[in-house]
Design a binder for this molecule. Structure first.
Ligand SMILES: *Cc1c(COP(=O)(O)O)cnc(C)c1O
Length: 441
């Protein structure tokens, strides 16, 4: 378990999350249940914020990438920590607005933002839109003109660095649905185009090189390429970016194949980026740009644990033992999507030795509905509480009602006390939008 997390095992031998006994949470709220530790979330938000303050004179803003876990309470926490947020849909922006989040501190992304989303964003005075196509630049310019305003925009560029986990590649031109490539001149052309629009105010550039990255060098390289591009644009068309957004992507611990980073490690990642930007700004001869970063996973992933109740157990002698739980791909589709690995334990018998390897199966009618394969566990019994760790990011936000199962409720734990932040669904919720046409009645 990660040292900086508040996960521990209490004297009953139960898993404890943010001071709350996981077994008591399961009894009180039922399972499956997403549990989020507020202290962990706030600590992660603070480490990035403090690093920008200490290493860069506060000349920047941390944006929580809310697609990792979006609900009203998360926008409240981000706001109370002085963060901005990024949103990738009208729905995320709506949730932020419903939470009273300041629209000026919202950045909107997307390779295919809908007209309805852009209208909604501009009407609610969204701070900045990150332009990802020519047509979008036209639409935003028109919407802004109609309203007599000038809309702040960034341009999403593709710097030619793609990173994932322990690897990164440098590519001349990247095959991606996102962003304008630097290497083929597309990023420069869109810059000139956006500058020609009288109701767009171009602030600078955005890039996001990938997710679950541990390689410091890939962030540094992206920052170098970003700043080289800023310098080229200044020299070629005389535009000086005053803002750069380096995206998210910092890695987290899922299993012992991943490093267990401490808060200071995250500060170091960011410091390396900042040092690069400072050095390059001096080289190019521009004032240091306002720095945005967009961590999502690293803020919430390890703050989240999903609790399940063990149901059927099936042993196929010589082959495998399946431990089935009351959740599955409808609350955590990441194994089904990417064969993502997770660490699991029995929350009610957390001190017992793991004596066998099992696979954790969900309850959906899909053979691929698994949460973890060949993971160590004590001999599990029906009724045990199974905890899957590091499920705070891209679990609830990717959940569905597949097989008409309920998307589980979420509780936020703070110093031992828990509150709902997402209520449980009911059968009525599942049929709320169903309509039976008259001829079928
Ligand atoms: C997904 C995403 C992020 C967050 O990435 P993490 O790996 O969760 O930190 C940030 N910015 C953009 C544009 C993204 O698409």
């Amino acid at each position: 378990m990660n040292k900086r997390s508040t996960l521990k095992i209490n004297d009953k031998g139960h898993l404890e999350i943010g001071g709350a006994d996981a077994v008591s949470l399961a009894e009180k709220y039922g399972t499956p249940l997403y549990v989020f530790d507020e202290e962990h979330i706030r600590n992660m938000m603070r480490v990035y914020k403090k690093t920008i303050l200490k290493e860069y004179g506060g000349n920047g803003l941390v944006l929580y990438a809310s697609k990792a876990f979006s609900c009203k309470a998360m926008y409240k926490i981000a706001d109370s920590e002085g963060l901005g947020v990024d949103v990738v849909s009208g729905g995320e922006f709506y949730t932020a607005m419903e939470a009273g989040f300041p629209a000026q501190k919202v950045y909107m992304h997307g390779n295919n933002k809908l007209l309805s989303e852009l209208i909604y964003a501009v009407n609610h005075k969204i701070g900045t839109i990150v332009v990802d196509s020519y047509g979008e630049a036209d639409v935003i310019d028109e919407l802004a003109a109609d309203r007599g305003i000038t809309q702040n925009v960034l341009i999403r560029i593709n710097p030619g660095v793609v990173a994932h986990t322990h690897e990164f590649i440098q590519t001349a031109r990247t095959d991606s649905k996102f962003g304008f490539s630097v290497s083929d001149g597309a990023a420069k052309d869109i810059t000139a185009y956006v500058l020609s629009k009288s109701h767009l105010r171009l602030r600078g550039y955005h890039c996001h090189i990938g997710s679950q990255i541990f390689e410091k060098q890939s962030f540094v390289l992206a920052a170098e390429k970003m700043m080289n591009f800023v310098g080229d644009i200044k020299n070629s068309i005389g535009f000086t970016a005053d803002t750069i957004n380096m995206g998210g992507g910092f890695g987290v611990w899922y299993t012992d194949e991943d490093p267990k980073l401490q808060l200071s490690d995250y500060a170091e990642y960011l410091k390396a980026v900042i040092d690069t930007i400072k050095k390059k700004s001096a080289e190019i001869g521009i004032s240091e740009p306002y720095l945005l970063i967009e961590p999502g996973r690293s803020i919430v992933a390890e703050a989240g644990v999903t609790l399940y109740t063990v149901g059927a157990i099936k042993e196929i002698p010589g082959v495998r033992k399946y431990v089935s739980i009351d959740g599955g791909m409808f609350d955590n589709p990441r194994y089904a999507l990417y064969q993502s690995k997770y660490s699991v334990l029995l929350a009610n018998r957390a001190t017992e030795l793991c004596t066998e390897q099992v696979s954790i199966a969900g309850k959906c009618c899909e053979s691929g509905d698994l949460i973890a394969v060949n993971v160590p566990l004590p001999v599990a019994k029906t009724g045990d509480i199974l905890a899957v760790l590091t499920t705070g990011a891209y679990n609830y936000s990717m959940a569905s009602n597949y097989n008409r199962n309920f998307v589980p409720a979420a509780v936020l734990v703070y110093k031992g006390a828990a509150d709902y932040i997402v209520k449980p669904q009911t059968y009525e919720d599942l049929v709320r939008n169903d309509v039976v046409p008259d001829r079928l009645k």
